[in-house]
Design a protein around this ligand. Sequence first.
Ligand code: 13P
Length: 256
Amino acid sequence: MRIPVIAGNWKMNLDRTAAVALARAVLAALPPGSAEGVEVGIAPPYPYLEAVRGVLRGSAIWVGGQDLSPEPYGAFTGDVSAPMLTDVGCSHVIVGHSERRQRGESSELVGRKVAAAIAARLAPVLCVGETLAQRESGKTAAVVLEQLDSGLRGITAGEGAHLLVAYEPVWAIGTGRNATPAQAGEVHALLRDRLAKLWSRAVAESVRILYGGSVKPENAGELLAVPDIDGALVGGASLVAGSFLKIIAACPQRAR
Ligand code: 13P
């Protein structure tokens, strides 16, 4: 049984006041015990991590970073390390988001970041996804599998136990054009098969694979109903408490 995860990636949005207000609104609508059967997480911008964590402390809602350095400390101006994220209360970190890959982050670097997260006991949310040109030229499988393989190079099944994977087709991010349930389901099954080959079928069956890309209240139900889609990584719709909460409510386990 995989518990679905609905995670909000706030990206580079909001200010401190709005971030705190949004976290409070989500928390107020999800009192302890109310979201049983769904795991909820939020990834705010670095400067607001501590404030958001302060609001959510004691709740089941996890807080994560949006990126991390592959190095633990040192002369890396502007970077933030895994131990720093854990120090301010993060349990998760997004790694290899396409908005970073598109600006030069290689699969090799993503792999080093995953290893750094695991070494600090942070659960990585490893993002993979193809561009529209790659999909249209039939390269989707090759692209996402290369990103998965490189991202998990050297990671053992035991180390990968808390891993989350997010399939986020680049053409669906922020465009309003989500992948269809069939398109996403096909890639999720492919990723899970690869995890089974890499580790074992049992481990692969325990890893949550989230879908991301224009998830909104209107399409969340049909996407989350796909057996291999174990949750959503939500961008734009996570910036409004009402729509984020509707996506949480669309999880099949909650609707039951
Ligand atoms: P949107 O939900 O805004 O398309 O963003 C998805 C995303 O990139 C989440 O990481």
